[in-house]
Design a protein around this ligand. Structure first.
Ligand SMILES: [Zn+2]
Length: 401
């Protein structure tokens, strides 16, 4: 699963090779090699999405912006994050394919009774129509996570509960959209004043229909055979982040708490902090159970990048803790932001996570860590805007005899 396992297997292979080599050859074979970036699993080509079965009836869709997690089954479809707006047709097609495949796999079998009591419907392979999208969950208000909200919602359906047959709501009402209330208020501000906080204008149908404001939210009933819970991660990537736990399949959608190919995006303007990210990752590690040592077991889908397990999350947490501690130490020594950047506190991790180009560079990350640890706080300086008081007369010089 992880690179560590691969390294371990590699080490065994090298050791085995060394044993079989003559002494001179051994010395030649362990010459230091150049440090290169570890091979990554290839992302789908631009403009395409890729579906990966995670476990049971839970799937991940990559390539639509933020990663998407989908639960398909008897109760319909639940989607965590909606991807970018321009990818929503592809996402919808992928979701519908998953639904159809699920329906075919779970086609009712002909019952082996006599001809008079047997229904011919099942034998004609008439599968039930695909179940609608019932829920869309947003882990944050980022455009690459909420962009597909409107299309996915309108392709879906909300059923009223209780003893009402069918749904009595407006026939055009689509799927429910769930998110933390800070996501709702941020997106709602986007509907009033476009570009508020850099948030693009949001159509009303894309807004969350149900928001929670306490530390967790759970679906009131089993959905596709399991409980599904949202946990608020305060002040992490933003102030409105949720992670989503599928309790039976034991899959957690992490949102932008983690990204396997880069440092976490800490959106300081929207309430993100480095310590909030670390608290969130520690919470995830508390919730997850490995299959053996730190490998396997609970599977997690980060907001960007590949599928991970506890070992990957622990490694990422450790890396961030080390960088955080280094920056904190430099702040205590009174270093300015430029001095901290020059000290290169993340240098040994930049090969794997760093970037000098794009929307989230290493310098952006270090600045976010520095600022949210209180670095560069304005210190009281003499007020240069005040003018000297010219109305007062200078005291007369003291005459000395
Ligand atoms: Zn994202």
């Amino acid at each position: 699963m992880t690179r560590r396992t691969i390294t371990r297997i590699g080490a065994v292979a090298i050791a085995a090779a060394l044993v079989s080599l003559p002494l001179g050859a051994q010395q030649r074979s362990i010459e230091p090699t150049k440090f290169t970036r570890a091979p990554m699993i290839q992302a789908p080509p631009a403009g395409e999405v890729e579906v990966l079965p995670v476990r049971g009836n839970v799937y991940a869709i990559f390539g639509a912006g933020g990663n998407i997690v989908v639960s398909v089954g008897n109760d319909g479809v639940l989607i965590v994050d909606a991807g970018r707006a321009e990818m929503s047709d592809k996402v919808l097609a992928a979701v519908q394919r998953l639904q159809r495949e699920w329906a075919v796999r779970n086609e009712p079998r002909p019952i082996g009774f006599g001809a008079e009591t047997r229904s011919s419907v099942a034998e004609r392979h008439i599968t039930a129509p695909p179940k609608p999208i019932r829920y869309v969950i947003n882990t944050s208000a980022d455009p690459d996570h909420v962009g597909g909200n409107e299309k996915l919602r309108n392709a879906g359906h909300t059923f009223t509960g209780g003893n009402v047959a069918g749904n009595i709501a407006d026939a055009t009402e689509g799927a429910a959209i769930l998110a933390h209330e800070n996501v709702l208020s941020r997106m709602a501000r986007g509907t009033n004043s476009a570009q508020a906080e850099g948030q693009p204008a949001v159509p009303a149908d894309a807004l969350p229909t149900d928001a929670y404001f306490v530390d967790f939210y759970k679906l009131s009933h089993y959905f596709n055979g399991e409980g599904i819970e949202l946990f608020h991660m305060p002040k992490a990537h933003t102030d409105g982040d949720s992670i989503v736990h599928f309790r039976s399949t034991d899959v957690i959608a992490l949102g932008d708490l983690m990204s396997t190919g880069s440092y976490p995006v800490i959106d300081v303007a929207k309430g993100g902090t480095i310590n909030g990210v670390l608290d969130g990752l520690n919470r995830v590690l508390d919730m997850s159970i490995a299959e053996f040592r730190l490998e396997g077991g609970t599977l997690m889908v980060p907001g960007h990048g590949r599928l991970v397990d506890s070992a990957d999350v622990a490694y990422y947490r450790d890396m961030l803790t080390i960088v955080r501690d280094r920056v904190e130490d430099l702040i205590k020594k009174g270093r300015t932001l430029d001095q901290v950047k020059a000290a290169n506190p993340s240098g040994d991790y930049d090969t794997e996570y760093g970037s000098t180009t794009g929307p989230w560079t290493t310098a952006n990350f270090i600045e976010a860590v520095y600022r949210t640890l209180g670095g560069g706080e304005v210190r009281l300086k003499p007020d240069t805007t005040r003018r000297p008081d010219t109305t007062r007369k200078a005291p007369a010089p003291v005459k000395r005899p």
